[in-house]
Design a binder for this molecule. Structure first.
Ligand code: GLA
Length: 376
C-alpha cells in the first residue's frame, strides 16, 4: 500500500514537472545571437533576437538599434512594425535618420551647439544648422556597443571618452532591451567621472500597420499631456511650457495623426508637422503612460510608459521618399512616427527645465516600456 502511494506521489511530481517546464520556457524570452554584418573597417556587428510567443525583436550592436519588431495584429497576423533596413550597409551608408537607434549623449537639439556647466562653456559639433542634434556628428547611434545576453534580452554597453563630441567626462552607458509579457522594455543606466549632461532615448519609427504599408496619418494617438514645449524656427524650445488646449497639438483625447496635421498653426508649420516635446503630467522617475497609439485597420495598439519627464512626438516629417528600407520599401513622408521618451530638448540651456546633469557617484537610470495589445 505504502509503495503504491509513493508511486502515485512520484507520478504526480512527474506530471507537475511536465506541465511547468513548457510553461516556464514560454515565459522566458528566447535569446539568440548571430552576425549582422561587418562595418567598412571590418568590425563585426552582432544582432540579438528576442522571442516571446508571437513577438520577436532584433537588436544590433551598431547604434544599439532596434532593427525589427514583429507583433501580431487582431487576427494573429504578424508584421514588422519598425522602419529600418535588411542589412548593415543600409544603416551605415544611407542618410542618417536614426532608425531604431539609441540616441546620445544628448537626444534632440542643443541650441547653437554650446552649453555651460559649472561655469565652463562647452562647444559641440553643429550638425543641424547651427545646432547640435542627437549627440553630434558621431553620436551613440553610430558607435559599436558591446552586447551580452541577459535574462529575457540583451544588455549593450558603450564607453564615450572625456571630450567625445565636446561633452565632458568619460561616460559609461548601458542599455537593456528585454521582452516580457507582450512588452519591450528599454532600460538605461549611465555613470560619469566628471560633471556632465545626458539625455538618452530610442529613436524607433513605428508604423503599426507594418513598415512600408503607407503613411501613419490614420493612426489614432493619445498623449496625456496638458503642456508641450513650443519651438522656434530651428526647432529649439522657446522655454515656455504652453497649454495644448485649443490647439492641434492636443492629443489628450484619442485623435488621428492626420486629422489636424495640416491646420494653419504656427507650431505645425515650424515642425513641418508634429515634432514636439510633450510635458508628461505625473511624477518624474516613476513609470507613467506617455502615449497610446491605435492602428484601426489591424487593431494593433502600442502603449508607451516611461520614467522620463517628456516625450517627443515626431510624425516622420523629414522622410521624403529618398530612403529605400526593408524589402526596398520606399519611406515616403510620414510613413513612420516616433515617440522618443526623453528629457526636454536643449535642457542644458534652460535652467527651469528638469535637469539633465549627471555627476560622478550618481547613476542615471531611466526606463521606457512599449506594450503591445490589440483592439477590436
Ligand atoms: C527627431 C527630431 C526631428 C528630426 C528627427 C530625425 O525626432 O526632433 O526634428 O531631426 O529626429 O530626422
Amino acid at each position: 500500500m505504502a509503495n503504491r502511494l509513493k508511486r502515485i506521489n512520484a507520478l504526480n511530481y512527474i506530471c507537475l514537472f511536465l506541465t511547468l517546464v513548457p510553461l516556464a520556457s514560454h515565459l522566458e524570452a528566447k535569446v539568440t545571437k548571430s552576425v549582422f554584418g561587418d562595418t567598412s573597417d571590418g568590425t563585426k556587428v552582432e544582432i540579438y533576437t528576442l522571442e516571446e510567443g508571437a513577438i520577436k525583436a532584433r537588436i544590433m550592436t551598431y547604434g544599439a538599434r532596434l532593427v525589427s519588431l514583429e507583433v501580431p495584429d487582431r487576427d494573429g497576423k504578424v508584421a514588422d512594425i519598425v522602419l529600418g533596413y535588411d542589412n548593415l550597409a543600409g544603416y551605415t551608408d544611407n542618410k542618417e535618420s536614426y532608425f531604431g537607434a539609441i540616441v546620445g549623449r544628448y537626444g534632440n537639439r542643443i541650441a547653437h551647439a554650446t552649453f555651460s556647466l559649472d561655469g565652463k562653456r562647452y562647444q559641440l559639433p553643429a550638425n543641424d544648422g547651427v545646432n547640435t542634434l542627437h549627440g553630434g556628428i558621431i553620436g551613440f547611434n553610430k558607435l559599436i556597443w558591446q552586447g551580452h545576453e541577459i535574462s529575457h534580452g540583451v544588455e549593450l554597453t558603450v564607453v564615450s571618452k572625456d571630450g567625445d563630441q565636446g561633452f565632458p567626462g568619460t561616460l559609461t552607458a548601458r542599455v537593456r532591451y528585454t521582452l516580457e509579457a507582450h512588452a519591450l522594455k528599454i532600460e538605461y543606466f549611465a555613470t560619469t567621472d566628471k560633471d556632465t549632461v545626458l539625455n538618452l532615448t530610442n529613436h524607433s519609427y513605428f508604423n503599426l500597420a507594418g513598415e512600408g504599408q503607407g503613411d501613419i496619418l490614420k493612426h489614432v494617438v493619445m498623449i496625456p499631456a496638458d503642456r508641450y514645449t513650443p519651438v522656434d524656427a530651428g526647432l529649439i524650445p522657446t522655454g515656455d511650457l504652453a497649454l495644448v488646449a485649443g490647439t492641434p497639438l492636443d492629443f489628450r483625447k484619442p485623435t488621428a495623426i492626420g486629422a489636424r496635421i495640416n491646420d494653419d498653426n504656427e507650431q505645425l508649420k515650424l515642425g513641418r508637422g508634429y515634432d514636439h516635446n510633450y510635458v508628461l503630467n505625473e511624477k518624474m522617475g516613476t513609470l507613467q503612460e506617455a502615449a497610446r497609439v491605435t492602428e484601426p485597420t489591424t487593431g494593433r495598439v502600442l502603449t508607451v510608459e516611461t520614467t522620463q519627464p517628456g516625450v517627443q512626438f515626431y510624425s516622420g516629417n523629414f522622410l521624403d521618399g529618398t530612403l529605400h528600407g526593408k524589402q526596398g520599401h520606399v519611406y515616403a513622408l510620414r510613413t513612420g512616427f516616433c515617440l522618443e521618451t526623453q528629457h526636454f530638448p536643449d535642457s542644458p540651456n534652460h535652467p527651469k527645465f528638469p535637469t539633465t546633469e549627471l555627476k560622478p557617484g550618481q547613476t542615471y537610470h531611466e526606463a521606457t516600456i512599449f506594450k503591445f495589445s490589440t483592439a477590436p
